[in-house]
Write a protein that binds this ligand. Structure first.
Ligand code: FES
Length: 125
């Protein structure tokens, strides 16, 4: 179980080595999540029209180690875009992965770029 969570580490834009194309923009739901796979990772992708940004994070909720975050409701808390886990409603910032409720749980965040209507997610390896 520990290995499962350890493979998810936040990637900053500066450290991206691979921009992995995950599909066309129109293939993703608006203001909702989708799940893509990269190597052994499941990544939740969100097209967030409230601020016209895209976000990506691990699909694995660190609370009970369930692959569910792409099914979570998105919204914002005082301007911070967030996803709420559909199981026990823990809220995670899509900006930095922190748990907005204050628990010592965090999720990994990945950069997203859109080019020519293609969606790319940045990875380090
Ligand atoms: S499994 Fe996500 S909050 Fe419990």
């Amino acid at each position: 179980m520990q290995n499962l969570i350890e493979q998810y580490q936040t990637v900053s834009s500066n450290n991206v080595k691979i921009w992995f194309k995950v599909g066309r923009t129109e293939e993703f739901p608006i203001n909702s999540g989708a799940c893509i796979k990269y190597k052994t990772k499941q990544i939740a992708v969100f097209n967030f029209t409230i601020n016209n940004k895209w976000y990506a994070c691990q699909n694995l909720c660190p609370h009970k180690m369930e692959m569910v975050l792409s099914l979570g409701l998105i919204g914002d808390k005082e301007g911070v875009p967030k996803v709420a886990c559909p199981l026990h409603k823990k809220n995670f910032s899509l900006e930095d992965g922190s748990n907005i409720g204050g628990d010592d749980l965090k999720i990994a965040i990945y950069p997203v770029k859109i080019e020519n209507e293609n969606v790319y997610i940045g990875f380090e390896d």
